[in-house]
Design a protein around this ligand. Structure first.
Ligand code: SAM
Length: 275
């Protein structure tokens, strides 16, 4: 990869480092099918960014439709150039990217809405978060589900940098990205407000270090707060799904519905709100 190719390639590095859209889609499909005895077809990806999840969904089955909502036009344009371009015509016809605010975007009701990678943590107050949840509920069919994720644990509130090796890959445009390091940087956390500031840095051999490629100014919500606000926004019920552990103490990537969980150093949960 040449330095001149970095800007256009950066979203692929983000996707390879932090996203697991097949897991997300499988998880939602599993809990939806368990409840309704049929697969969901229409999904919405809030805070869609590069809309990897929405574009993967329309590729999976001919009956699938997806909508992606994001405020940031340059990212949606990147998605159109890289993901939508690579879909077949019928697949692209079943995907719509909407430039707008997740609280006001109007699209036909869906069966599953995803708001992932902790994106809802940009809402800092209970009123703001409840308003988003109420809008998300409005955008669901009866029986539909809002899927959120959240991180926590005793390490989640520590200021620290965590490097992780990511395998190299070749982009669909033929740019070869070498194995690189993704760094999750928890820079700041405030006990009184639960506000935190996190960064993502990339170290790419032959290209250099991209410091603060992404930055996040969030409120780190807790599971009970989120579930209470889902209820206040009118969701009929909510569930928390947390993973188990491998022998090495890593996530086993198997999310089970739980009502109690050990106080681990670092966990990731899916939260499901049912309309
Ligand atoms: C953390 S990224 C999530 C990207 C991707 N969906 C993922 O799961 O990794 C957050 C995205 O939310 C968008 N965003 C922030 N506030 C928003 C709002 N109120 N309405 C719509 N999009 C918003 C940003 O432009 C950014 O692309």
């Amino acid at each position: 990869m040449r330095k001149s190719e970095l800007n256009e390639t950066l979203p692929y590095l983000y996707e390879a480092s932090v996203q697991g859209v097949d897991n997300d889609l499988d998880f939602a499909g599993r809990i939806y099918r368990r409840r309704h005895g049929r697969r969901p077809k229409r999904i919405r990806e809030d805070f869609c960014g590069s809309a990897l999840l929405a574009s993967t969904w329309v590729r999976r089955r001919p009956a699938n439709r997806a909508w992606g909502v994001d405020l940031h036009r340059p990212t949606l344009d990147w998605s159109r150039r890289h993901h939508v371009e690579r879909l077949s015509r019928p697949e692209a016809d079943r995907l719509e990217l909407i430039e707008g605010d997740v609280r006001t975007a109007r699209i036909p009701p869906v069966q599953v809405t995803f708001a992932l990678n902790f994106s809802f943590c940009i809402f800092y107050t209970r009123d703001e978060l409840r308003e988003y949840f109420a809008a998300a509920r409005e955008g669901l069919e009866d029986g539909g589900v809002l899927i959120l994720d959240l991180y926590g644990g005793t390490e989640a509130v520590k200021e620290k940098e965590e490097p992780r090796a990511v395998d190299g890959f070749t982009t669909p445009e033929g740019v070869r990205v070498p194995p690189f390091t993704y760094v999750w940087d928890q820079d700041f956390y405030d006990v009184i407000t639960h506000r935190c500031r996190n960064y993502i840095h990339f170290r790419i051999p032959g290209v250099g270090t991209i410091r603060r490629a992404h930055h996040y100014d969030w409120r780190l919500w807790t599971i009970p707060e989120v579930r209470e606000l889902l209820a206040e926004a009118g969701f009929r019920s909510s569930e928390a799904y947390l993973h188990g552990w491998t022998d090495d103490g890593e996530s086993d990537e198997v999310w089970r519905r739980r009502t109690s969980y050990e106080n681990a150093e670092a966990w990731i949960a899916y939260l499901a709100g049912w309309r």
